[in-house]
Design a protein around this ligand. Structure first.
Ligand code: PEP
Ligand code: MN
Length: 337
């Protein structure tokens, strides 16, 4: 910790702070400047009383941590990019992945139609919600286990790996039985017991950014996965809530280079929740590829106008095929396949 003392404090007041730092089990290192004195306190915060509360002392101006609060997700802990392997697909390596499918699994006919179309266009993962986190309790809540079974059926037919959302600790085993990747949604991104339960299934976790989450909080939420013996974590930016009303959320593409600097985990972009508008999705995907994302998570529906959820943002299979073509030159430009 770095403790900055207020200017013009007496020698006696300074000594009292130093005594308290030692009493709490830290070794103080004093740096005297012209205007003020700064103390570097050396010791282990996990096993000693925190020094943060020194901010309440009248002679202390500020208290700042030296180390980052996240450890296992940080690039310091793992300087090279980590990869997540799912059914032979390596996410975070040279190959770029596209995960596509409907917002919600609605029926066998709907899911199979999308699965075949996105597979043909080059997707490697099928997305689809069976348990849906709807803002209103009166909206479609998902098909539950029936939806999971349909996802497994689509995987068996197409070979696409399956990513689907886990909403509740009670369903962790059930969803893990069918899914290849567990998605933790924006509304649950800081539901720590859910994150622990998801991590403990051993399945890779795609952690969406909470819609009001700072990047540090998102990294710390990811720390819950890695610190529960699950190394397979994907960070997914899906837009944050801002004052802007032209889009449903503001897709924060700066999260890509920031997460890449701070962490070794792969970064996925969801332009569908990120904009709420099908007409913006292709452009945002291009931006994501150019900025170094490792994969995309895109909503596709055979007939978006009739979708049971998120109709305005889902691509038709034709538009999805165009997206897959349009990103090819960008992938080549950033050295991805
Ligand atoms: C979704 O992917 O359909 C979804 C509900 O995502 P989010 O949690 O980002 O809103
Ligand atoms: Mn959706």
């Amino acid at each position: 910790m770095i403790i900055v003392l207020k200017p013009q404090i007496t020698k006696k007041e300074e000594t009292a702070v130093l005594r308290e730092i030692r009493r709490r089990g830290y070794r103080p290192h004093i740096m005297r400047g012209v205007a003020r004195t700064v103390i570097g306190a050396i010791g282990d915060e996990q096993t000693h009383q925190t020094l943060e509360t020194l901010i309440n002392w009248s002679q202390v101006e500020s208290v700042m941590p030296v180390q980052k609060r996240y450890k296992l997700v940080s690039r310091e802990a793992h300087p090279t990019d980590s990869t997540v392997s799912v059914r032979g697909n390596v996410i975070g390596g040279k190959k770029f992945h596209v995960m596509a499918g409907p917002c919600s699994v609605e029926s066998e006919e709907q899911l199979m139609a999308v699965a075949r179309a996105v597979k043909t266009a080059g997707a490697t993962f099928l997305r689809g919600g069976a348990f849906k986190p709807r803002t209103s309790p009166y909206e479609f809540q998902g098909l539950g286990q029936k939806g999971l079974k349909l996802l497994a059926k689509a995987r068996a037919e197409t070979g696409l790996a399956v990513i689907t959302e886990l909403l509740s600790e009670d369903h962790a085993e059930l969803v893990a039985e069918y899914a290849d990747i567990l998605q933790i949604g924006t509304r649950n991104a800081q539901n720590f017991q859910l994150l622990i339960a998801a991590a403990k299934t051993g399945k890779p976790i795609l952690l969406k950014r909470g819609m009001s989450m700072r990047i540090e909080e998102w990294l710390l939420a990811g720390e819950y996965v890695l610190s529960n013996e699950n190394p397979n974590l994907l960070f997914c930016e899906r837009g944050i809530r801002t004052f802007e009303t032209y889009t449903r959320n503001t897709l924060d593409l700066s999260a890509i280079p920031i997460i890449k600097q701070e962490s070794h985990c792969p970064v996925i972009i969801d332009p569908s929740q990120g904009s709420g508008r099908a007409d913006l999705v292709i452009a945002m995907c291009k931006g994501a590829v150019a900025m170094g994302a490792d994969a995309l998570l895109v909503e596709v529906h055979p007939d978006p106008a009739k979708a049971w959820s998120d109709g305005a943002q889902q691509l038709t299979p034709d538009l999805f095929a165009r997206l897959m073509t349009d990103i090819q030159p960008l992938l080549a430009a950033v050295g991805r396949e």
